[in-house]
Each structure stands twice: as structure tokens, then as C-alpha cells.
Design a binder for this molecule. Structure first.
Ligand code: PEP
Length: 252
């Protein structure tokens, strides 16, 4: 059984006070939920304060990105050790916005993933094709490259702390969700790649989240698909009630 992993990616939103207000509203709404693992990913400046507000709650915290060194002359970056220090147990790596706007390559993302895992963080590693790539029949090729290059060199034991987030770029922030069948097909394809590369045990246990305009009213139909093991939620995670409804609708 793969426990659904429901994470809110707040992106570059919410000041510290707003972030704390959101988690204080969210906590009672999800307090009784134990059938899903819940994570919120605030901006870096809010991490410590949100971490304090989450003490004792059934909600973990993650960064949205981190660098591949512990410390040093890397202006503007943040290390896994700093995320852990601020109270994170998770980080997102390879979000399509990082790939698209900050030119993060499969090779760099692979180094980031390995360093974050070695540093003790759990990682949601994002992959997904653009609309152009899907429409020109390149989806399988793109996912194969992102998964095999991105996860290269991971040991079987690493997968206890690594989840994969399938996020078709055309569905992120567009209100256009993949149909449950499109999501299932892509997830099954990704699980097949993991099986070929890392074996049946890893493929059977690794969680694959879906991301792309997940809302409370479409979460259940996505989550019921056999290879969909949770969600990475952007816009709808910025309101406590809608994120809580997604969490509840994801517990089958
Ligand atoms: C995301 O940024 O990971 C995401 C899936 O965003 P949204 O839910 O807003 O499409």
C-alpha cells in the first residue's frame, strides 16, 4: 500500500503572517486525517516561522528547491542543511518552473536530488512534458529522459525517501487538468521506467504524485487511479479549505 502524499507548493506566494494564518487554519481541518501524508512548501523566508506553527501537527514542511552544496560562495542559494535547520523534512526538486525559468538541466537536477537525499531530506522529484512535446508525440521520450537522467545513480534504499511528481507542464496553473486516464497512462509509463531501471520492489513502492490544476472536485477521480499516489498542488493549496478538501478527497 502506498500512502497518498499530498503536498502544497505555495510557489512565490504569501508573506510570513499570511503563511502562518494559512497553516493555523489548515491544522484543525486536517487534524483527524491519517490516511495521507501532508506537506506544505512555503517560501524560504517563512519556513522557520511556519515550522514553529506546525509543531505537533500532522503536516510536514518542505522547501521548493535547494542547491547541491552544503555552504559556501553560492549567492542566492540555499542548502539542504539549511532547509533541515529551518524545520523541513522535504524538498521539491526539478519543478517545471525551475527547469523553464532557471534553466535547470537533468544533470544538475540529478546532482541536487542525490545531494538532498544524502543530506537527509525527502524529495519530491518533478517530471512532465510540455504541450508541444505531448502534441508532437514526444511525451514518452521526454519522460524517459527526465526520469532516467534525473534518477540516475540512486540506490534502492534512496527510494524510501524519494517520490516522483508527474506534472504535465500544460496543466500547471492553467486550470486544464489531465484526465484521470491521461494521468494514469503517464504514471504507469513512469512506473515502468522505474521498474526497468531499479527493479520491481522500487517500482511497487515509489509514490508517483500527479500535479497540474488539482482541485477539490477533481482530486478523488485522479486519486482512484491505481498508479496515482497523491498530488502536488499549486494554486489550490493557497486556501486552507480547498487544500484540506483535496487531502480528504484523496484518502480512499
Ligand atoms: C504546481 O506548481 O506544482 C502545480 C501543480 O500548480 P497548480 O496546481 O496551480 O496547477
Amino acid at each position: 500500500m502506498r500512502k497518498p502524499l499530498i503536498a502544497g507548493n505555495w510557489k512565490m506566494n504569501l508573506l510570513i503572517g499570511e503563511a502562518v494564518k494559512l497553516v493555523n487554519e489548515l491544522k484543525p481541518l486536517v487534524a483527524g486525517v491519517n490516511g495521507a501524508e501532508i506537506v506544505v512548501c512555503p517560501v524560504f523566508t517563512a519556513l522557520h516561522t511556519v515550522g514553529q506553527a506546525l509543531k505537533g501537527a500532522n503536516i510536514a514542511m518542505g522547501g521548493q528547491n535547494c542547491y547541491l552544496k552544503e555552504s559556501g560562495a553560492f549567492t542566492g542559494e540555499i542548502s539542504p542543511q539549511m532547509l533541515l535547520d529551518a524545520g523541513c523534512t522535504w524538498t521539491i526538486i526539478g519543478h517545471s518552473e525551475r527547469r523553464q525559468y532557471f534553466n535547470e538541466t537533468d544533470q544538475v537536477l540529478n546532482q541536487k536530488l542525490k545531494f538532498a537525499l544524502a543530506s537527509g531530506l525527502k524529495v519530491m522529484f518533478c517530471v512532465g512534458e510540455t504541450l508541444d512535446e505531448r502534441e508532437s508525440g514526444k511525451m514518452d521520450e521526454v519522460l524517459t529522459r527526465q526520469v532516467l537522467h534525473g534518477l540516475a545513480g540512486l540506490a534502492e534504499s534512496d527510494f524510501a525517501r524519494a517520490a516522483i511528481a508527474y506534472e504535465p507542464v500544460w496543466a500547471i496553473g492553467t486550470g486544464k487538468t489531465a484526465t484521470p486516464q491521461q494521468a494514469q497512462d503517464a504514471h504507469a509509463f513512469i512506473r515502468g521506467l522505474v521498474k526497468k531501471q531499479f527493479g520491481e520492489t522500487v517500482a511497487g513502492s515509489v509514490r508517483i504524485q500527479y500535479g497540474g490544476s488539482v482541485k477539490s472536485d477533481n482530486a478523488a477521480e485522479l486519486m482512484v487511479k491505481p498508479d496515482v499516489d497523491g498530488a502536488l498542488v499549486g494554486g489550490a493549496s493557497l486556501k486552507a479549505q480547498s487544500f484540506a478538501d483535496i487531502v480528504k478527497n484523496s484518502v480512499l
